[in-house]
Structures are given as C-alpha cells and as structure tokens.
Design a binder for this molecule. Structure first.
Ligand code: CO8
Length: 259
C-alpha cells in the first residue's frame, strides 16, 4: 500500500500537517503535493480549524522538490510540475486561516518555497535554509523567485538564489526570512502555542487580514488602501467586532465565535 505522504492531526482548533516522506527528507513529488492540496481544501472548509501548523517528519522540514522524479522531465512536463506546486502553495496563501511553518533540519529548494508560502516561519537552531536549484541547472519553480524577494528584498534574495548557498536559522532570522528561532526540542511546542494563540483570534478578521496583505500589497497603493478600507468595513458586519470591542470596554477577555 502507498505510504500516506501528508499526515493530518487535530490539536483542538489547530490542524497539524506533517510531511511524511522521511526516507527522502520529505522531497516533494506530485503525490505529496496532491495530498497536501486535498488536506488544505478540507481544512479551508472546516469551521473547527482556526490555525494550521506545517512541519516535516524525520531529519528535515523538506529538502526540496523530488530530484529523481524531475530528472527525466521535458520542458512541458517540468512547467506542469512547477504550476502544480505553485497552485498548491497559493492554496496556503489563500487559506482563510493562518499557517505556520516549523522548519528543522533542511528547508531547501521547493521545501523553502513551501515555507515561504506560509504566513509565519519558526525555525529550529541548526536548521539550514537555501535555494540550491541553480546548482542543479534549474531555477526555483515553486514561487521562490517571486516570494523570496518580496519577503527579504531583491538583494538578499539574489544572494541566496544566485549562489545556491545554504544559510543558518540565525542568518535567516537576521534577514527576516524566519520570524523566530528556537531550540530544536522546543520547535513543536512553540509552533503549537503560537498557533493556539492565533486560533483564539477572530477568524473572519484574520482571513480578511491575510487578504489585505497578500492581495493588497500586489496592487498600487491607492487600490491597496481601497481594499483595506473595504475589508475593514466588512469587520463591522461581524459579531466578533462587537464582541471584541465590548470585551475591551468591559475589561474582560473576548470570546470570538467566527461570525
Ligand atoms: N529529491 C529527492 N531525494 C532527495 C532529495 C530531493 N530533493 N533530498 C534528499 N533526498 C534523498 C537522498 O537522495 C537520499 O536518498 P537515498 O537514501 O535513497 O540515497 C535521502 O533523501 C537522504 O539524503 P542524503 O543521503 O543526501 O542526506 P544527507 O544528510 O547526506 O544530505 C541534504 C542532506 C544536504 C539535504 C541533501 O540530501 C541534499 O542536498 N538534497 C537536495 C537538496 C536540493 O538540491 N534541493 C533542491 C531540489 S530542486 C527544487 O526543489 C526545485 C523546486 C522547484 C521545482 C519546479 C518544478 C519543475
């Protein structure tokens, strides 16, 4: 029987997705990407899930797209594979819930591109991150040439992309590539704690906040501001806005219900 390549586990309101191709350092092949896509679809529609954590089993978060599967591809098939990965990673960006990547061991090539599509990245000390594609005679095809410069700036992105060199978690933190670096044995608990904090926040406002950032920053400033204002207005149609402000004024903790 085929091994399940992505395991989903529920920890209260947090869904944990674990890449489960340990022997290949969670190399991303078509089957893994399709499974991930199916899980993301289900999580998007599950009102019980309010935050998502993405991590890898074994020695790595993910060591890249599957080189053995890619090696024989021709141009059309390679482009199809790139588009498949890009579509799945866009599902993450468009998921109306926050997603945190937990990076340990290696996040290389497509593995780093996967982490880049998540909203937040927490890395373990000792993790190595990089875009080594150039050393294989290719360029990143799962969004790395686009998301990396947007996140860390063109100069730093080009340094990683052109050299293919790996950097440490601490260097990644310094350039804003990851949000936080923790001890390896604290990675999972920290990630889960951060996700639980996010899961207590108002889900509709969180979803619109993601849209304002991901869609808005791709527009010119005037349109971005207009999108922000429209989504801001929408918040005032929610019960959670009334609750959040009433709770503040009554000096009590809010209880957000996602409506
Ligand atoms: N693809 C396939 N198999 C892999 C990959 C990978 N990316 N990475 C590791 N593996 C396999 C190894 O082949 C090995 O398998 P086996 O045990 O059968 O020999 C097993 O995982 C363990 O790996 P190593 O023995 O190499 O472990 P080490 O600890 O010695 O080294 C490294 C770990 C440094 C992470 C090393 O495995 C490595 O350099 N991996 C490749 C890193 C890389 O170049 N990644 C980029 C891949 S290209 C890419 O991601 C493009 C994305 C865009 C695609 C667009 C579509 C066309």
């Amino acid at each position: 029987m085929e091994e399940t390549r992505v395991v989903v586990q529920h920890e209260g309101p947090v869904a944990v997705l674990t890449l489960n191709r340990e022997q290949q350092l969670n190399a991303l092949d078509e089957a893994l990407l399709s499974e991930l896509s199916g899980h993301l679809r289900a999580l998007a529609d599950d009102p019980g899930v309010r935050a998502v954590v993405l991590c890898g089993r074994g020695r790595a978060f993910a060591a890249g797209a599957d080189i053995a599967a890619m090696q024989p591809l021709g141009p059309a098939a390679a482009e199809r594979f790139a588009r498949l990965g890009q579509a799945v990673f866009q599902q993450i960006e468009r998921l109306p819930k926050p997603v945190i990547a937990l990076i340990h061991g290696y996040a290389l090539g497509g593995g780093l591109e996967l982490a880049l599509a998540c909203d937040l990245r927490i890395a373990a000390h000792g993790a190595q991150l990089g875009q080594p594609e150039i050393r294989l005679g290719i360029l990143p095809g799962f969004g790395g040439t686009q998301r990396l410069p947007r996140l860390v700036g063109r100069g730093r992105a080009l340094q990683l992309l052109l050299t293919g060199e790996r950097i440490t978690a601490d260097a990644a933190l310094e350039m804003g590539l990851v949000n936080e670096v923790v001890a390896p044995d604290a990675l999972y608990t920290t990630g889960l704690a951060r996700a639980r904090q996010l899961a207590e926040l108002p889900p509709l406002a969180l979803a619109w906040l993601k849209r304002a950032v991901y869609e808005g920053t791709e527009l010119d400033l005037a349109r971005g501001l207009s999108l922000e204002a429209a989504l801001f207005g929408l918040c005032f149609a929610t019960h959670d806005q009334k609750e959040g402000m009433a709770a503040f004024l009554a000096k009590r903790p809010p209880v957000f219900e996602g409506k």
